[in-house]
Design a protein around this ligand. Sequence first.
Ligand SMILES: [Zn+2]
Ligand SMILES: [Zn+2]
Ligand SMILES: [Zn+2]
Ligand SMILES: [Zn+2]
Length: 332
Amino acid sequence: MPKKNLLYMSAQDCNGKLVTAAFAEKGASYSCPICNGVMTLCKSGNIGPGSRRPYFRHKALSSNCTPEGVLHHTFKMMLAETLENSIQNGEPFEVKWTCKFCGEEHVANLLKVVRKVEVEKDLVVCQPDILLLTAEEKPIFAIEVVVSHGPEPKVLEYYKKNRIALYQINICSEDDLVDVSERAKLPVVFDFCSKIPRCKQCGSYFEEEHLAIVDWQCYKCHENFKAAVILIGLGRKNEPYDVVTPKNFSENEMLLAKSKGVIIEKRYSKTMNESYFANICPHCKSMVGDYFISDELFNLVYDLQAKKECGVKTYRIGYYCHTCNTFVPSKE
Ligand SMILES: [Zn+2]
Ligand SMILES: [Zn+2]
Ligand SMILES: [Zn+2]
Ligand SMILES: [Zn+2]
């Protein structure tokens, strides 16, 4: 959210070039990039603590012009220019984000396959602030510079459907204009993963599937043994992963679990009134009910996602697509 009493911190010079007040000269003529109105530079001449920062003032304020609008416009145009220059000079633009698909922190060159920058390109459904396209003119990233409100759900839907990754930067004050390039390298949202592959059928990111071997204590004899479950989406942020119990293991998953020292057998459960494959205590041969293990694992969710020690060992076994309900085993 923007601060109250945001000031106009940028304007166009007589060549149409955007300048911030800190670098503007007194006496030169300036206009507003939004309403084209004449602007004057207000600069006290004093520097140091307590002195007011330089800013611009409209000669006559038009009703549809706001400092937020000018801040947004300035940041967007300055960033587009930076990106264009980087592409022309073959320089990387290294960005950093926490991935919502795999949970890891990624650092990557945003411009690796980008060859074109478009500002406010009309995509009918929306008009991204900056659209980044490949050499084949395929749009891949949509940069949204957000001062007050983020993109609407229908826009997000459109991006998802067309496999355009949203890159959102939130800005709130004139401080964000000091170094637009550095500021833009830390997005709040980047719907892109440089690690996990995407489903060939629907284009959405797969989720990783892990076989988890859990140190389990038998409810009956209190001895410890190893139990197995499959976890889908371990990297999800702020939401729990899905737990698959041996009941729904494939034959290969069953074999893998057994190779890790887990005993799985088909048993009859009174609670469920059916027979299903379950983890078995090797000491007293009692079974671990599906409810117990799913419940217990939910308590371990945070430790496991934070990669803390918690008596659970995980092995990646493949990828799962939620949309198509398909599983692709890992090749390794
Ligand atoms: Zn204006
Ligand atoms: Zn990732
Ligand atoms: Zn799919
Ligand atoms: Zn036991």
